[in-house]
Design a protein around this ligand. Structure first.
Ligand code: PMV
Length: 324
């Protein structure tokens, strides 16, 4: 019987439909090849031990009976709550020692917390020899995210569990893989760290002020995602790019773009990208541009010329997996 296992899960990039997806509309999300890795061991002491150097957590320890209580360092919240939720659901009788490491900077907004949560849930299922479907991992991990941050659509959890490129909707009631192997993207990091919950709250204030206007924007975002799925599967990049630009316009209406992102987006378009938009909550983090192979370099340079940091990623990669 294993008492130790290593599991990894991918980060994500949202292609279209952010914000509206929080309110039941569909979004398109792709898993990227920057992975979170967790070595998880069962130990005799009834404690959680955590080492996560990337988020400044060192030699953190807590009795299993106290999980979720007291002050929890920011970098330990998702992992601790994942262990707590798993223990409550599946009668975890041993302690757990976890060593997390990440291939990506948490600041990029690639979903490091969600990927970490998924790693822990998957590892505990495996260590306890409990047969699980992907949806079982999703459900426990999504509950964990809601327990920690109170809101979120769950699209990032789906990307970490299932991998590939997905149409995601309604808190995971709809998770449909798209028939596409990879999407030719150029990613630009703004250098500004965004806080997802703050941005969701900002949009909520606007929606309370202009309910019919914002509801209309969400409807349009939902409609363009449905079109985009077809364009994506047909590799019709021109249409997909146009829809990305349209989506960016609607995100501007929500007030979540910032001048730095807009500058990078316009630079990419000017260099011949099919389309470009912010990716995620806005307020910082990353933008994405869709560009043919022969334009990849020139679009990258254009983003760098306006001080964006280009990050090379592969899309549509495998979801959570056991490493050894
Ligand atoms: O900031 P990110 O990359 O986690 O994306 C947030 C996307 C939102 O739709 C704004 C929130 C969500 O949970 O769907």
């Amino acid at each position: 019987m294993h008492s130790s296992i290593t599991v990894s899960a991918p980060g994500k990039l949202i292609l279209l439909g952010e914000h509206a997806v929080v309110y039941g509309k569909p979004c398109l999300v792709t898993a990227v090849n920057q992975r979170m890795t967790a070595k998880v061991s069962l130990i005799p002491e009834q404690i959680l031990k955590l080492e996560a150097a990337d988020v400044q957590v060192h030699a953190y320890q807590k009795p299993l009976t106290e999980l979720g209580g007291g002050t929890i360092p920011k970098g330990a919240r998702f992992v601790e709550m994942a262990v707590k939720n798993f223990a409550e659901k599946h009668a975890l009788k041993q302690g757990v020692s976890i060593d997390m490491s990440s291939a990506f900077k948490a600041t990029f907004g690639f979903g490091s917390s969600s990927a970490a949560t998924v790693c822990i849930v998957k590892a505990l299922f495996e260590l306890l020899h409990i047969k699980q479907a992907q949806k079982d991992i999703f459900d426990l991990a999504y509950k964990t995210v809601l327990d920690v941050q109170g809101k979120g659509s769950g699209f990032d959890i789906a990307a970490a569990v299932y991998g590939g490129t997905l149409l995601f909707m309604n808190g995971g009631a709809v998770i449909v893989p798209c028939k596409v192997s990879s999407v030719p993207l150029v990613i630009g990091y703004s250098g500004i760290k965004a806080d997802t919950v703050t941005l969701i709250d900002q949009v909520k204030v606007k929606a309370e002020k202009y309910p019919a206007v914002i509801a209309g924007i969400y409807d349009q975002m939902g409609a363009l995602v449905e079109h985009a799925k077809t364009a994506l599967e047909e590799e019709d990049w021109e249409t997909l790019g146009e829809l990305m630009n349209t989506n960016q316009g609607l995100l501007e209406c929500l007030g979540v773009s910032i001048s730095k992102l807009s500058e990078m987006i316009w630079a990419a378009r000017g260099a011949g990208a099919f389309g470009a938009k912010l990716s995620g909550a806005g307020g910082g983090d990353c933008m994405i541009a869709l560009a043919s192979k022969d334009r990849h370099k020139i679009v990258s340079s254009a983003i760098e010329n306006v001080e964006g940091e280009v990050i090379e990623v592969e899309t549509g990669v495998e979801g959570v997996r056991v490493e050894k």
